[in-house]
Write a protein that binds this ligand. Structure first.
Ligand SMILES: [Zn+2]
Length: 348
């Protein structure tokens, strides 16, 4: 069968392997036919050779962690043949750490977790894959064309879950949210904010392309100014750029009792001037919280599935810039200037 593979650490070793073996029964009882996988920055990093790890004893890694498939067989009866399904990305570490021991693998403390399509496990960019019921998330049939958005949505569902847990430290009635960055994560974070009936503001550099309209059609306000030029102090910031200046400005701009959730992974290596004392004073005197958030556990995947099912399906479809047949995989993994989310289509 077909699989999109790389040799981790070898730049531009991306290929469509035509004779990849069928998934082994040990991978899980549920056999799934791939419909699509979404592509994100992590895939590009792996293709560049900067990241990624093949399963033990293998040279190549199958890419794909934003999965959508259809169940072919499930002898456990958890799902039915024909059901839409996504596979959770991360698996708990084998030790396990205290968090993985209670299935909060998103909070793994020893870094020995594995991840499909990223770190030590085959990904979902292959014609067929298997998954254990515990790591399979069934999707409403309405999500047949957009279900590969579940993985990035699970990331923002976790971010919102943790924002709300932190908010419960005191009486908390947030009204305004600032999302920095209007890529897929930022747009999905904004979607979940609108579902909470908050006043949503999204800030991005782009003045052309699809982002301004995608934000406005959510009922949110689009900004291209600097964060420090905004005329309000947000109760919540979801930072999705990882850009150092934006990250710092977001910490300063948050209002009293504000919560700043950092989701962007910076490359590092660039230093900027910072008045650390002023930042400290600002955070202390306003009871602010700044925290990082990555990955998601099963509870967040289920929250994400509910959020996508409730969302406007036309809007979700408009996040998908291009659907590229797997045979044209090289086009899919080459970024275009106006791309939001590119999807590899396995149905052709
Ligand atoms: Zn762990």
């Amino acid at each position: 069968m077909r699989a999109v593979t790389v040799t981790p650490g070898v730049p531009n070793s991306l290929q469509l392997t035509e004779d990849w073996p069928e998934p082994a029964p040990e991978e899980g009882a549920i056999l799934v036919e791939a419909l699509a996988v979404g592509i994100c920055g992590t895939d590009h990093e792996i293709i560049s050779g900067a990241y990624g790890e093949a399963p033990p004893g293998q040279e190549r890694l199958v890419l794909g962690h934003e999965a959508l498939g259809r169940v072919l067989e499930d002898p456990t009866g958890t799902l039915q043949p024909g059901d839409l399904v996504a596979g959770i990305v991360r698996r708990p570490d084998p030790v396990p750490c205290p968090n993985c021991a209670v299935d909060e693998w998103d909070m793994c403390r020893n870094g020995q977790y594995t991840e499909h399509g990223i770190k030590g496990l085959s990904g979902y960019a292959r014609d067929r894959w298997r998954v254990q019921p515990k790591f399979a998330v069934g999707l409403d049939p309405c999500l047949a064309s957009v279900g590969m958005l579940l993985e990035p949505t699970s990331v923002v569902a976790k971010a919102w879950d943790h924002i709300e847990r932190i908010g419960r430290r005191a009486e908390w009635k947030p009204q305004t949210v600032l999302v920095t960055g209007a890529g897929p994560i930022g747009l999905l974070a904004a979607l979940l904010a609108t579902q909470r009936e908050l006043s949503v503001h999204v800030l991005d550099r782009a003045t052309t392309g699809p982002k301004p309209d995608l934000v406005r059609s959510l009922g949110a306000t689009y900004h291209t100014s600097k964060v420090t030029e905004l005329d309000f102090e947000p109760d919540v910031v979801v930072e999705c750029t990882g850009a150092p200046v934006v990250v710092l400005d977001a910490m300063f701009q948050a209002g009293p009792t504000g919560i700043v959730c950092l989701t962007g992974v910076s490359s590092g290596g660039r230093t900027i001037d910072l008045d650390a004392g002023a930042l400290n004073r600002d955070l202390v005197l306003e009871n602010n919280v700044v925290f990082g958030s990555v990955n998601a556990n099963r509870r967040h995947w289920e929250l994400a599935a509910e959020a996508l099912t409730r969302a406007d399906q036309g809007w979700l479809n408009s996040l998908i810039s291009r659907r590229v047949p797997v045979e044209a995989y090289a086009d899919a993994y080459t970024s275009g200037p106006d791309d939001i989310k590119v999807v590899v289509d396995f149905t052709t």
